[in-house]
Design a protein around this ligand. Structure first.
Ligand code: NAG
Ligand code: NAG
Ligand code: NAG
Ligand code: NAG
Ligand code: NAG
Ligand code: NAG
Ligand code: NAG
Ligand code: NAG
Length: 911
């Protein structure tokens, strides 16, 4: 036998053995002292049921009571079944439930079970706790009426499983039930009238289904209820006044339905209520004054309805209110001065109503206020100078009103302000110089007013400014040259004024600028070369914060020189890679051949330090499972803190796969691609290590892990607000546009999924995992193996093997929808293939864990994301947009949404 083949095959055998042992130990609790004889156990019906289910594989030599997740009682009978990791595609019905009569507790949440819920579950007469939640594969299931036989049941949780069908009325037999969670499924039909019999119910959550009909009056009999959530269904009719009998109710959540009629005045009896969410319905009449009795209220959202009449004065009694959202109604009359009593208020959203009168000076008492949006009303009078007392303000939107007088000087006290929108008012006088101290300002919109005087030079100090619109005023004087040093400025509109003099040179660096309709402005744009401009700006370094981070496509040509030099570096690194790789390879082979201790070679060329193989082994305690942060298609990912303190991610290829020539090929492919690819939204590769025992890649570490995980866990998902989500989609689009259109030959990623979008500590997105990517060159484009992640693969790959950029576009569409929906858009994808659900509104699909977007610009961006995503999901590849177009669309879009978000249907977006 070949001399050097022997040790390596011995290694593989040892490794296979170790891997098998590891897999077995993952599923099985280590055998305890009671090692009874297998033959006597296999005779028991219970053991047989567990073995035949195949959930644990073939465990014939292990006591069934020792299986992972199984707890037996003293008599050796199965008493509890707790979450464990089942074999992939294990079906819930393959367990013979009628053989397990002593089960009292089942928590099989998040076990990866598929199939449906069998009728036999109803035979478990001792069951008190049943939790099948988060098994998203129960798509064949309905709720079996036999559930009603589980008379001892206290907790029933079948949420987030994708079961369908109606809620059986037999469920009302569960007289001990305290928690009933059926949310996030595909349930349809009515809420059974008999539900009122569940006298002991404390929490009821049926949200995010397709339930129709009205809310049964009998709900008023559930007097123990503290949380009631029926949101995001298709419920119609009125809110039953009987709801006022729920004296213990703490949270009432009915948003996003088709409820109409008034808010019942008796709602004022719910004295324990802390959250009231009724937004996105068709509620009309005025807001009842009894709402003032809800003294414990912390959040109240009544937005996006047809409420009319005034905002009641009594609202001032809600001293604990932190969020008040009344936008998108037909409210008129003034903002009541009593609003000044709400000193805990953080969010105040009154936009898109018909409010008039002036802004009450008492608003100055809202010392906790961070977000103030009273835009799109008919407010008049001056902006009260008391606004300067609101030191916590971050965003102020007062645009599209009839506000008069000057912008108060006190605005300069708002040190945290990032957005100031006062456009489309009747404001006069000059722009106060105090604006020049708002260091955090990113967006300044004062257009369409009667402002006069000069543009303050101090604006040039606001280094975070991205958007400045002073158009359509009476501004005079010259354009301050300082503006061109603003490193982040992407939009500058000074049109329709009376500016005069020269246009400062290098203003052309601002991506999108307009100076038109300034009759006395010298029309000549200075003819300095763009490269010179970059030199000038770089040196001046007025803001000392470097260059625009997001490169506008329009500026691409300008930075050609920069790109060329980067390409030069990339090419050198590529050479480095080739040399390095060959060097490593030959040394590895050499060391194998000589039989000396094996090559531990790291090739690190894209990193400002040295990484030794020993450092990595030390940092991960020889790839101890504790340092494993995820497992992907090709290997496991570990977190390693190097002696320098720097943290890197290691992708260790499973040895069995690494020995497979196609995986070896993928590995090299990935290394080669990533070396050449440099984009701010693509994960950086520092290098790789090859070793006899393993091969791994060394990457930039992304603190927040994958988008998939971030969306999956509620705590993390609610941290990623709408703006961040839109930015994640945008960043992904820019990265893919770069791969498709700026790399020659183009690179098709082939496995875009939420698993491959990683997030850093700022929750910015980076595209990762080029394991299956390949250079799309004409002569190899027809030989491909299906790669990609189920649920993201373009439909044409089912009948053609040709992978094009349009496959990535499709997958991007899925990820974009997933990002705003908070979950994989499975059912929407299938309904796209037939006719989309009529009546389905965009607000019906948005992630319900976030409060609905309130800022019209953010809402506009979300609509754009949804619209683009649907275009990407077009079954016909040629009809899908290119990533370049998507990327440009995202760069240019700044429009606020004209109509309320809740009025936009998915059908509209498909046009
Ligand atoms: C399970 O394992 C036992 C012992 O190794 C073997 O005899 C039996 O055939 C296996 N059963 C199945 C279904 O694979
Ligand atoms: C399930 O278990 C019951 C009781 O042990 C038995 O009578 C029945 O035959 C089993 N069914 C199947 C399909 O194995
Ligand atoms: C069911 O399991 C999930 C996930 O483990 C958990 O979050 C949920 O609270 C459980 N439901 C009940 C009613 O205990
Ligand atoms: C169980 O439930 C079904 C359907 O609700 C019913 O027909 C059946 O009689 C019940 N069985 C027992 C034993 O209660
Ligand atoms: C339950 O609610 C219905 C409808 O409101 C009512 O007619 C009935 O009397 C209530 N039953 C009990 C036991 O309270
Ligand atoms: C609230 O504010 C109004 C007007 O500013 C004031 O008259 C009233 O006393 C305050 N208190 C309550 C409880 O409304
Ligand atoms: C790894 O850790 C051990 C024990 O802490 C130490 O002796 C050894 O020098 C370390 N090796 C490297 C390369 O840092
Ligand atoms: C691609 O397909 C053409 C025509 O079917 C064939 O001649 C060619 O060899 C294929 N290329 C590769 C690399 O398989």
């Amino acid at each position: 036998m070949n001399q050097h083949a022997t040790p390596s095959s011995v290694y593989s055998i040892v490794l296979i053995a170790i891997t098998m042992a590891a897999i077995v130990s993952l599923f099985l609790v280590p055998s305890s002292a009671k090692s009874s004889s297998p033959s006597s156990l296999s005779s028991s019906a219970e053991a047989k049921a567990l073995l035949n289910s195949d959930w644990w594989g073939n465990f014939s030599s292990i006591n069934h009571c020792d299986l992972a997740g199984i707890v037996c009682n003293g008599a050796g009978s199965v008493n509890r079944m707790e979450s464990f990791l089942s074999y992939p595609y294990s079906r819930l019905e393959s367990m013979n439930w009628s053989s397990l009569p002593n089960l009292e507790y089942i928590d099989l949440s998040d076990c990866g079970l598929t199939g449906g819920i069998p009728n036999e579950i109803g035979t478990l007469s001792k069951l008190t706790h049943l939790n099948f939640s988060l098994n998203h594969g129960l798509t064949e299931g309905v709720l079996p009426p036999t559930l009603g036989n589980l008379s001892q049941l206290v907790h029933l949780d079948i949420s987030e499983t994708n079961i369908k069908g109606p809620i059986p009325s037999s469920i009302s037999n569960l007289s001990r039930l305290a928690k009933l969670f059926l949310h996030s499924n595909l349930l349809d039909g009515f809420i059974p009238r008999e539900i009122g019999r569940l006298k002991n119910l404390v929490e009821l959550n049926l949200s995010l289904n397709y339930l129709v009909g009205s809310i049964p009056k009998s709900i008023g009999n559930l007097t123990a209820l503290t949380r009631l959530s029926l949101s995001s269904n298709r419920l119609t009719g009125c809110i039953p006044p009987e709801i006022s009998k729920l004296k213990n109710l703490v949270e009432l959540n009915l948003f996003s339905n088709h409820l109409d009629g008034p808010i019942p005045p008796s709602i004022g009896n719910l004295s324990a209520l802390t959250y009231l969410f009724l937004s996105s319905n068709n509620l009309n009449h005025s807001i009842p004054i009894e709402i003032g009795n809800l003294k414990k209220l912390v959040g109240m959202e009544l937005d996006s309805n047809y409420l009319r009449g005034p905002i009641p004065h009594e609202i001032g009694k809600l001293k604990n209110l932190g969020e008040l959202s009344l936008f998108g109604n037909n409210l008129h009359g003034p903002i009541p001065p009593s609003i000044g009593n709400l000193t805990d208020l953080t969010y105040l959203y009154l936009f898109s109503n018909k409010l008039d009168g002036s802004i009450p000076a008492s608003i100055g008492h809202l010392s906790s206020l961070s977000y103030l949006d009273i835009s799109l009303n008919q407010l008049n009078g001056p902006i009260p100078s008391e606004i300067g007392e609101l030191k916590s303000l971050i965003k102020v939107w007062m645009d599209h009103n009839k506000l008069q007088g000057p912008i108060p000087q006190e605005i300069g006290n708002l040190a945290c302000l990032t957005d100031l929108d006062l456009n489309d008012n009747l404001l006069a006088s000059h722009i106060p110089l105090s604006i020049g101290v708002l260091k955090n300002l990113e967006r300044l919109s004062l257009s369409t007013n009667f402002l006069n005087g000069y543009i303050p030079r101090q604006l040039g100090r606001l280094c975070n400014l991205e958007y400045v619109n002073l158009a359509r005023n009476d501004l005079k004087g010259t354009i301050p040259g300082e503006l061109k040093y603003l490193p982040k400025l992407k939009y500058l509109d000074l049109s329709h004024n009376n500016l005069f003099g020269k246009i400062p040179d290098c203003l052309c660096l601002v991506g999108n600028f307009s100076l038109s309709y300034n009759p006395q402005l010298e029309s000549q744009i200075p003819n300095r070369s763009r490269n010179e401009c970059y030199e000038v700006c770089n040196q001046a370094n007025y803001c000392s914060s470097g260059f625009p981070s997001e490169v506008d496509t329009k500026k691409r040509t300008m930075i050609l020189a920069l790109v060329l030099s980067l390409l030069g570096i990339a090419f050198l690194s590529f050479l480095g890679f080739v040399v390095c790789f060959c060097f490593c390879k030959s040394r590895t082979i050499q060391s194998e051949a000589t039989g000396t201790n094996h090559g531990d070679i790291c090739c690190i060329w894209n990193y400002d330090g040295r990484i030794a193989y020993e450092d990595i082994i030390n940092a991960t305690n020889d790839f101890d499972i504790r340092y494993c942060i995820g497992t992907g298609g090709y290997g496991s990912v570990y977190r390693a803190q190097l002696p320098s303190g720097k943290v890197v991610a290691l992708k260790k290829l499973h040895r069995l796969e690494a020995e497979d020539p196609t995986f070896d090929h993928c590995f090299r492919n990935e290394v080669q691609m990533l070396t050449n690819v440099r984009h701010k939204n693509i994960v950086k590769l520092y290098g790789f290590c090859l070793h006899n025992r393993c091969m791994f890649l060394v990457y930039e570490y992304m603190e927040k892990g994958s988008l998939f995980c971030a969306l999956r866990f509620n705590a993390e998902a609610s941290e990623i607000g709408w703006i961040k989500r839109v930015n994640i989609v945008k960043a992904t689009a820019h990265a893919l546009s770069y791969l498709h259109h700026d790399c020659t030959p183009p690179i098709v990623h082939r496995d875009i999924s939420s698993n491959n979008i990683l997030l850093n500590s700022q929750l910015e997105a980076f595209v990762a995992d080029f394991g299956t990517a390949r250079l799309l060159n004409p002569d190899s484009s027809n030989q491909t193996v299906i790669a990609g992640t189920y649920g993201y693969i373009a439909p044409e790959l089912a009948y053609t093997m040709v992978v094009t950029e349009k496959c990535d576009v499709y997958s991007f569409g899925v990820v974009a929808l997933e990002t705003i929906m908070g979950k994989h858009p499975g059912d929407i994808l299938s309904s796209l293939r037939s006719l989309p659900r009529e009546n389905m509104m965009i607000t019906d699909i948005l992630d319900p864990r976030l409060p609905p977007p309130t800022n019209p610009i953010v809402a506009g961006n979300i609509v754009l994301v949804a619209k683009m995503a649907f275009a990407c999901l077009c079954p016909e590849p040629r009809s899908r947009p290119t990533m370049l177009r998507l990327s440009q669309e995202f760069l240019s879009h700044k429009k606020a949404l004209a109509a309320p978000l809740a009025t936009i249907s998915l059908l509209q977006l498909l046009k």
